[in-house]
Design a protein around this ligand. Structure first.
Ligand SMILES: NC(=O)c1ccc[n+]([C@@H]2O[C@H](COP(=O)([O-])OP(=O)(O)OC[C@H]3O[C@@H](n4cnc5c(N)ncnc54)[C@H](OP(=O)(O)O)[C@@H]3O)[C@@H](O)[C@H]2O)c1
Length: 234
């Protein structure tokens, strides 16, 4: 842990479900918040009018990101692989290039991202991922390989990054800060479910947790069976 001070954060992809939860957590901590979202989604942030600054624009637009991250101590990035034109990697590159050198950068993705190849996936998970990768690329909806490329850009960077790898998600009230492990396949993660509000909590808490710098934690809800069994065994 550290006593790193955060005053101003940029949330890239602020208008989605994860983004809005992150806005709430950030405002609760007294942070000044700048949100980036697509122009057509600005209305989704009406509930925060007067509390945050909204910068409309695509998250892979370098000029938009340059303006949005100026003066921010932390940048929270919802990495999504929409479309087939390098949206996720363009977003990651823009943030890595324009955030200040001392800024904490926290990116979201899923368990399918592996940093060191030591994650262990079930056969079902691998089959579903392979099918989804092909099908959504065929219909030009999304390109999961681009999210992989985005994360590899982050992993290769010297910045103060954290890549938070989400399990399956569900809605519901907060259960508290998720548990995490370096590798999918570790018993603590077996329950494979996290409340979306707590995924956002982990992202925002990572800003002040220096133990997570240059880590890619895979998370799971702290009240799940596998997390509770792990805690009891310690
Ligand atoms: N869903 C899951 O089960 C799951 C599981 C594990 C990890 N994750 C990770 O969690 C993060 C958030 O996922 P989520 O499912 O919870 O989604 P989410 O928070 O609802 O966010 C979706 C984001 O994608 C943007 N978006 C939607 N359609 C788009 C398009 N056509 N072009 C560009 N941007 C578009 C949204 O912006 P607008 O508001 O402008 O539409 C929003 O910022 C991602 O990093 C994902 O990899 C998700």
């Amino acid at each position: 842990m550290s006593s790193r001070e955060i005053h101003k954060v940029c949330i890239v992809g602020a208008s989605g479900k994860l983004g809005k939860y992150m806005i709430r957590h950030a405002l609760e901590r007294g942070y000044e918040v700048v949100g980036v979202c697509r122009p057509e989604s600005v209305g989704k942030l009406d509930e925060f009018a007067g509390c945050i600054t909204v910068i409309p624009g695509r998250t892979d637009d370098r000029d938009v990101i340059k303006k949005a991250v100026a003066g921010c101590d932390g940048v929270l990035v919802v990495l999504v692989p929409w479309g087939v034109h390098d949206y996720a990697s363009g977003t990651a590159r823009a943030v890595l290039d324009h955030a200040g050198p001392g800024a904490r950068l926290v990116f979201s993705c899923g368990w399918h991202i592996t940093r060191d190849g030591k994650d262990v996936y079930s056969r079902t998970f691998r089959a579903m991922l392979a099918a989804a990768t092909v099908i959504i690329r065929l219909v030009r909806m999304a390109d999961i390989r681009d999210q992989v490329k985005a994360c590899n850009l982050v992993f290769a960077s010297d910045a103060l990054w954290t890549v938070v790898r989400g399990s399956d998600l569900e809605e519901g009230e907060s259960q508290g800060l998720p548990a995490w492990s370096r590798h999918v396949g570790d018993p603590i993660l077996a329950s494979n479910i996290t409340r979306r509000i707590d995924f956002a909590l982990f992202m925002v808490e990572a800003l002040v947790n220096d133990d997570l710098i240059q880590e890619a934690p895979a998370i799971v809800g702290c009240r799940t069976e596998s997390a509770l069994a792990h805690a009891a065994a310690r």
